[in-house]
Design a protein around this ligand. Structure first.
Ligand code: PEP
Ligand code: MG
Length: 599
């Protein structure tokens, strides 16, 4: 490329699609992601239709098929880069293996009932009676002061810490005034009014959720009362916490007015596999069963008998596919060309360990020990008991020492206020300020390990000296208490970019590496992982190049335990790079194993 290409203002490229499975959900999301990374416009033209390539739903609605002639048009600086990236991504679809249960089918039932068109938010099909979301049929519990109500909301969000959305809400809550309800409310109202009409309008729901939660804690918390029978929730607006309530109800689908596919509510609907569409019109108060077809973006009201039979058959088929994944969860995950991949689970406490046991995981790849005791400092015996209970359950457990600092805190570990907590005392750096607590934790872990294979992992390590100091502390403690280290290995989380350039040195001292892609991405791009406006492309080439480099340069086993390990879109890329161990949330184990079997 010469300098003139670099500054070219407009690029148009026509390609004939060689994508046997068409451009379904995952490729649409990928294309939209690539386009969103470009500052100028990116358009896709098919025949006489031209759409914005940054809008995944519009790409899906184009229904691009194998053999279609498609034109990509980009404007602005480096327009050729974004087109090259999309075209090179499209070339990967030639040999694409798709897991049919995950993709959006191009099939559109010719339903006989009245159809209302909507945009797909979360794919799937659901049948049930409409339930019009209201806030008045709720039971009420005790009233609280503002301080308590604020704290209750904070505690609730902390307990949902395994979900990025609630981690972000917690950070948002902590950034708001804690002095009085008036100040809290006025800060939220001004944030909402400045977000209106902006690119980040979807964040308004998070602010409203926080205000609702604190308000309802003060006025008496409201517990939603849902119908017992299958229902489709119809709402003008849903908030992230509403989805958590719906998850344990008989909700079979959701229809929400003007819901952004990028909103947290949309992400939660997808992660909980609740079929959902967004509509732009008001929905009348129907009494009878309706169908949400979120594979073709339709709400079917007054469906015929035939419509119901066909929709039920389709739902049963989907359930069967999910069941097959679930039934095969204890089988190993081997790619089509015979490469075995270990799928481990990320856990946080004894309860999640028990759940992981039933998930089919091949051991525990990450025990986030900071969530074992969240209220008050546990005694040595209490810690030892919890670790023993967890170690009992699995042949292999990787336990991470306390990773406090940055976005994680514990009431009994007081850290000084810092200008940049993500760059301050965090993870293994606690040895500088709280050596006793880490020492006691190491003692509890080593006592509980008995003869079990155990991996001890230090987070946030940036230099070999930090690792050596931490490991020496463990050796000293083992000696002092006459504990054997025979079955214990020591490794690090790869989260700080300096490690990439020190791998030759680390190879000499560590036993294993586990890549924390959440933090590695944050530090590679210098963007706070909880930042509410700045977003990072989770599939950026920079991150994948970093992963390749780690695998190439390390002489010790490498696994991934960050979010990326459970991203079905990139499993094949991770395996291509040479990763053979993934550690994922336990509820994802069956589907990740199934995805690997199709690579
Ligand atoms: C990570 O950073 O990817 C990771 C797994 O650690 P945590 O998300 O707990 O910081
Ligand atoms: Mg981390």
């Amino acid at each position: 490329m010469n300098i003139f290409d670099f500054f070219k203002q407009n690029t148009t490229t026509k390609v004939q699609l060689n994508a046997p499975h068409g451009v379904h959900l995952r490729p649409s999301a990928m294309i939209a992601n690539i386009a969103k990374g470009h500052n100028g416009k990116v358009l896709i033209e098919l025949g006489s239709t031209k759409i914005d390539a940054k809008d995944m739903n519009k790409i899906l609605a184009l229904g691009l098929k194998n053999g279609d002639e498609v034109t990509f048009i980009a404007s602005g600086k480096n327009a050729n880069f974004v087109i090259d990236k999309i075209v090179s991504f499209l070339s990967t679809l030639t040999n694409e293996n798709i897991d049919d249960t995950q993709s959006v089918s191009n099939r559109v039932f010719d339903f006989e009932g009245k159809k209302i068109k909507g945009d797909i938010i979360s794919s799937g099909l659901g049948i049930g009676k409409p339930y019009f979301w209201q806030n008045d049929n709720h039971s009420v519990t005790t009233k609280q002061t503002f301080d308590n109500a604020y704290k209750k909301t904070l505690d609730k969000l902390s307990s949902m810490d395994d979900n990025d959305i609630f981690v972000a809400q917690k950070a948002l809550l902590e950034s708001l005034p804690k002095t009085s309800l008036e100040e809290f409310e006025s800060a939220i109202k001004s944030a909402i009014s400045s977000l209106r009409g902006s690119e980040h309008e979807a964040k308004i729901a998070d602010y409203k959720d926080l205000l609702n939660s604190v308000n309802s804690n003060m006025n008496g918390a409201k517990n939603a009362q849902f119908p017992k029978d299958d229902f489709i929730v119809i709402a003008d607006e849903l908030l992230p916490s509403d989805i958590v309530k719906l998850v344990n109800s008989s909700a079979k689908g959701a229809v929400v007015k003007n819901l952004s596919p990028r909103s947290h509510v949309a992400l939660l609907l997808r992660s909980h596999k609740i079929p959902a569409i967004s509509v732009s019109e008001d929905i009348e108060n129907y009494n009878d069963v309706i169908i949400v077809d979120a594979t073709s973006g339709l709400l079917v009201v007054k469906p015929s008998e035939d419509d119901l039979v066909r929709a039920k058959e389709e739902i049963e088929k989907n359930n069967k596919d999910n069941l097959v994944e679930f039934e095969n969860r204890f089988e190993s995950a081997t790619t089509k060309n015979g490469k075995a991949i270990k799928v481990q689970a990320n856990i946080a406490d004894v309860q999640s360990a028990k759940e992981a046991l039933m998930s089919g995981c091949d051991g525990i790849g990450l025990l986030r020990s900071e969530f074992l005791f969240q209220e008050q400092k546990p005694s040595l015996d209490e810690q030892c008991k919890a670790y023993s209970e967890i170690f009992e359950l699995f042949d292999e457990v990787t336990v991470r020492t306390l990773d406090i600092g940055g976005d994680k805190s514990l009431p009994y570990i007081k850290l000084d206020d810092e200008q940049n907590p993500f760059l301050g005392i965090r993870g293994v750096r606690l040895l500088k300020t709280h050596k006793d607590i880490i020492g006691e934790q190491l003692l509890a872990i080593l006592k509980a390990s008995r003869k079990k294979e155990l991996k001890v992992m230090f987070p946030m390590v940036a230099t070999t000296d930090e690792f050596i100091e931490a490991k020496e502390l463990a050796i000293e403690i083992a000696k002092e208490h006459e504990l054997s280290l025979e079955n214990v290995s020591f490794g690090i989380m790869v989260e700080v970019p300096s490690v990439l350039f020190l791998l030759e040195e680390f190879n000499k001292v560590v036993d294993f590496y586990s890549i924390g892609t959440n933090d590695l991405t944050q530090y590679l791009f210098a963007i706070d992982r909880t930042h509410k406006t700045l977003k990072i492309d989770p599939h950026s080439d920079a991150l994948f190049d970093a992963l390749s480099l780690i695998v190439k340069k390390s002489s010790k086993p490498v696994s991934i335990c960050g979010e990326l390990a459970s991203d079905e879109e990139v499993i094949n890329r991770l395996i291509d790079i040479g990763i053979d161990t993934l550690s994922v949330p336990s509820k994802m184990v069956p589907s990740i194993k199934s995805r690997i079997r199709n690579v």
